[in-house]
Design a protein around this ligand. Sequence first.
Ligand SMILES: [Zn+2]
Length: 186
Amino acid sequence: MPSERRWGMPVRDPPVKLAETASGDLIYVDQEEGILEARGRRIILLSAITLASLAEGAVNIFGEAAKSIFYIAGIRAGTAYMRLLLKEGRTPHEALEEMKRADALSGWGVYEYISVDLEKKEAIIRVRNSINARGFSKKGSQVCDFLRGYFAGAFSVLCKEDLNCEEEKCINKGDPYCEFHVYSFK
Ligand SMILES: [Zn+2]
């Protein structure tokens, strides 16, 4: 039986604390139940190659439609996460910094905000070591569609308007980093 609740999730008895960062983030593993939790959510460990295999397999079979699915999934994730960060009382700047910190901690790569103009509803984000771009056997195209949607969703919340996002550089195309351009349709 859960002995207490943490972040709204039951904490198994006894949970094993796998890692604690300087900022206090905790990862718990319950080997008996086969459950891993981080920041209040159940997670899994998945290799970059497996992630790429799932994405590449879907794109090979369904083409552009699969890319749209990853993009839409990214929009949902970015929207939900940014709403949460703001709801916790952060300013837009603080929310973006927390997103960068937490996502780097989660292994998604490192974000650098090259330019952010919330008035003009535009941003350029450079990403080093994008997890989306690792492990694709077929090189030459941009592949980080989840992150593309993720930034579109996060900035849409900040700008209170549905924004678009294109990945203009991608390490899968041979660029040294991935770079995303968020902009208004209007
Ligand atoms: Zn990329």
